[in-house]
Design a binder for this molecule. Sequence first.
Ligand SMILES: NC(=O)c1ccc[n+]([C@@H]2O[C@H](COP(=O)([O-])OP(=O)(O)OC[C@H]3O[C@@H](n4cnc5c(N)ncnc54)[C@H](OP(=O)(O)O)[C@@H]3O)[C@@H](O)[C@H]2O)c1
Length: 262
Amino acid sequence: MTTALITGASAGIGAAFAQQLAARRTDLVLVARSQDKLEALASSLSHQYQIQADIVVQDLAAAEATETLFQSVQQLGRSIDLLVNNVGIGDYGDFAESDRDLQLKMVQLNIATTVDLTHRFLPGMRQRRAGGVINLSSVAAFQAMPYFSMYAATKAFILSFSEALWAENRSYGVHVLAVCPGPADSKFFKKAGFPPFLVDVAAKVDTPVETVVRDALQAFDKRESIVIPGSPINPILATLPRLLPREAVSSFWKLVLGHDKQ
Ligand SMILES: NC(=O)c1ccc[n+]([C@@H]2O[C@H](COP(=O)([O-])OP(=O)(O)OC[C@H]3O[C@@H](n4cnc5c(N)ncnc54)[C@H](OP(=O)(O)O)[C@@H]3O)[C@@H](O)[C@H]2O)c1
């Protein structure tokens, strides 16, 4: 039996990873802040699939959060075969007028937590010459996004980081995958403060979280370095910016995301 650690496992894409990995008879360590949701998910999956599902209630933006999480995993006596770096937040709006603490929290959750946990768990996988890391990037990684600037930049980091680690670790039998979804049917856009008009636009083209995870796990099985799950519009969103002038792409997204600004 293998064990997967999933950050941001209480909702959305993280909870869908928990569901589908449990169906593959993978033991789980589920991490998020909402104890009630984690307990309900762990209890239902362990009964349904006869797996071991532990929870770690942890605010990953807190100081020393990754060290505390690493120690919790050791206390549980778990060796992590699959690390799913899923936790992530967004913040819609003009960067100059944004909450600086929230911008830095985004860097912490979207980038630093992934770097730190990957660095902690990768050596064990290499020693066992098995396992892997699934990192949640986004189609936002392929373009600058005015009014969603920090988020897109964090996801560009994750994509670059993951592709490099895919190549570095192949010969050790350890697989690293970047997952680049377009809009998915979670609460992400509302939590990120998008105006209702844009939440509605996203909902029209969104992909079910179950499909995101199904495509991600299939790509992981095939040892691919990157997957753009779901709707056919997503590969277009990822590819077109490579063919167009960069300023045209940034100006396009300014029009779309900043439709009610200036
Ligand atoms: N949804 C999309 O359209 C979309 C598209 C592309 C990429 N992605 C990426 O996919 C990942 C998952 O997104 P999602 O849509 O599933 O988001 P979501 O529905 O908002 O879920 C976020 C998860 O992260 C947890 N979380 C948030 N802040 C946390 C903190 N400080 N400490 C610990 N856990 C925290 C939440 O649980 P608690 O509140 O219980 O802590 C929840 O389980 C993110 O990295 C996101 O950037 C999403």
